[in-house]
Design a protein. Structure first.
Length: 81
């Protein structure tokens, strides 16, 4: 994720997701991205929920048992290892 963002000139959010990053304008971590790419919809569920509130499209790398609620584009992949 970090290398991808380095080469594409985007901002990476690796590590723990801070709730309110996409919805709370008062926080210093507030961002307004045009697209959200997640590696696992199960662990990044808070980010996906906030993106749905802000009408931000979501692209996710998904496994066979991944939840697809609020995911706009699902890319099949083995994201567990």
């Amino acid at each position: 994720v970090l290398k991808f963002s380095q080469y594409t000139g985007t901002i990476a959010m690796a590590g723990r997701w801070m709730p309110g990053t996409l919805t709370n304008q008062i926080t210093t971590k507030f961002m307004e991205p045009r697209l959200l790419i997640v590696t696992d919809p199960r662990t990044d569920s808070q980010a996906i929920k906030e993106a749905s509130y802000a009408s931000i499209p979501v692209i996710a790398l998904v496994d066979t048992d991944s939840p697809l609620q609020n995911v706009d584009v699902a890319i099949p992949a083995n994201n567990k290892g």
